[in-house]
Design a protein around this ligand. Structure first.
Ligand SMILES: Cc1cc2nc3c(=O)[nH]c(=O)nc-3n(C[C@H](O)[C@H](O)[C@H](O)COP(=O)(O)OP(=O)(O)OC[C@H]3O[C@@H](n4cnc5c(N)ncnc54)[C@H](O)[C@@H]3O)c2cc1C
Length: 297
């Protein structure tokens, strides 16, 4: 018997950085792998669709909310364990915590994670990156739970990490449960910490002050200009749909300026995509995930 509390009709907006979206029909926060599997089995038995939510920093939840069961992982799977020259890290660990831990241990290469407000599991899924670094530089392998309750192990080569992409994007029903990182570049902790402070200051100067966003909405298209530059050149800075607004500081950010709805954010995203396609012939691809829309059947 599962002993985990399952909350019904629970608001999800506060669990996301955009603060947008309706409630979860059922929400649970598994503490360990056994509870993860128990909840996955429950969803399967009841025919509930299953959703994963980390720190909600790359997600737009529909105004109607999510049916089925949502697993909230931001406080689950929190282990960080050194094993020789590697770190085994639970999928729910926050990226800034991982960066700090590597610094304390005296290993460089993780500094770029200090400003990314997500979890390890979601970051692996799309090879999160910043300031010229990405997970491919430090990741060794990951463990994934499938809806059939199998555990799969992938090396970093098998994950085929690319720019904001990995094999895992093809399997949205797979849950990343753990990752192994390489501790390969020793450096004095004060040097690493100074580098992190420098990167954080650079981000602060570039990004909007309003924290209610999902970071970059679109991936940068291959080759030419960055998505933000294309959107800026098309005159979208400051454009609103209700209380959703394209940032005046960084055009690849859409801000919730009050009580924006998912419908308003989607309207802005569609307007931008149509405009950039028509005027520049570039198909801007979303980085942010729409739930439940992007999960299909
Ligand atoms: C201000 C700001 C700045 C940002 N800057 C950057 C940046 O510099 N670089 C960058 O790459 N990203 C950036 N992001 C985006 C975001 O932080 C990353 O994409 C992060 O990896 C998302 O983690 P999360 O836990 O919040 O995921 P969520 O938003 O909760 O989920 C995102 C997707 O991952 C899925 N998911 C969540 N956990 C798991 C899991 N364990 N296994 C499988 N799937 C899972 C969800 O179902 C969803 O589809 C930024 C966001 C914000 C708000």
């Amino acid at each position: 018997m599962l002993q985990i509390p399952i909350l019904e009709n629970h608001p999800l907006a506060p669990l996301t950085t955009w603060k947008i979206g309706g409630p979860a029909a059922h929400l649970a926060a598994p503490q360990d792998l056994e509870e993860v599997f128990g909840l996955m089995r429950l969803a399967y038995d009841r025919g509930w669709p299953l959703f994963f939510l980390g720190r909600g920093s790359n997600i737009l939840i529909a105004d109607a909310g999510l049916p089925g069961l949502t697993l909230h992982l931001a406080k689950s799977l929190q282990k960080i364990e050194r094993q020789g020259e590697t770190l085994r890290v639970g999928a729910g660990v926050a990226l800034p915590r991982l960066a700090r831990q590597a610094a304390v241990l005296g290993f460089s290469g993780f500094e770029f994670l200090a400003g990314i407000p997500g979890t390890v599991g979601a970051a692996v899924r799309l090879n999160a990156g910043a300031e010229g670094g990405n997970l491919a530089g430090v990741l060794r392998r990951v463990w994934v739970a499938t809806p059939q309750l199998q555990m799969l192990e992938f090396t970093v080569q098998e994950l085929a990490l690319g720019y904001r992409s990995s094999l895992l994007l093809n399997f949205p029903h797979w849950l990343v449960v753990e990752a192994e990182f390489a501790l390969q570049t020793p450096a004095p902790p004060p040097v690493i910490e100074a580098r992190m402070r420098q990167l954080l200051a650079a981000r602060k100067a570039r990004f909007p002050a309003n924290p209610r966003s999902c970071g970059s909405v679109f991936r940068n298209p291959p080759g030419g200009s960055a998505a933000g530059a294309l959107i800026d050149q098309a005159g979208f800075k400051g454009r609103r749909a209700g209380e959703a607004q394209v940032s005046r500081k960084h055009a690849n950010f859409i801000l919730n300026q009050g009580h924006a709805t998912a419908a308003q954010v989607k309207a802005l995203i569609t307007e931008i995509q149509e405009n950039i396609w028509r005027t520049r012939g570039v198909a801007l691809e979303r980085e942010v995930v729409f739930l439940p829309d992007d999960l299909g059947g």
